[in-house]
Design a protein around this ligand. Sequence first.
Ligand code: AMP
Length: 113
Amino acid sequence: MSDCIFCMIANKEVASDIVYEDDNILAFRDNAPQAPEHVLIIPKKHIASLDDVSEEDSQVLSHIMLKVKDIASDLGMEGGYRLVNNCGEDGQQTVKHLHFHLLGKRKMTWPPG
Ligand code: AMP
């Protein structure tokens, strides 16, 4: 989508601090980090939210899930990490391109706000 900031990042039309990339997914640092390491993992394909995934997206979704531990390890998250998806208005999703927040290198608290 031409007006989607994360599509622009995936297409390299907008600069980002990329930590992992392959043909189908991209991981880049959040520009308002909520932890010492905070990256966003996205499918390159535009999918608006977790509410909008279809059967045909199952491969890219499982690919993201399988890559999380490698990205976390590469970023030195030896103590663990948190993976978050905000979906829709109540979930406080602000960017309408599916993304998973990977946060680490600090002790998390629970419950989230
Ligand atoms: P969410 O509120 O779950 O939709 O998360 C969107 C995230 O994208 C926020 O944490 C923002 O800080 C982050 N963000 C928005 N624009 C950019 C950008 N150009 N580069 C990196 N992170 C961004």
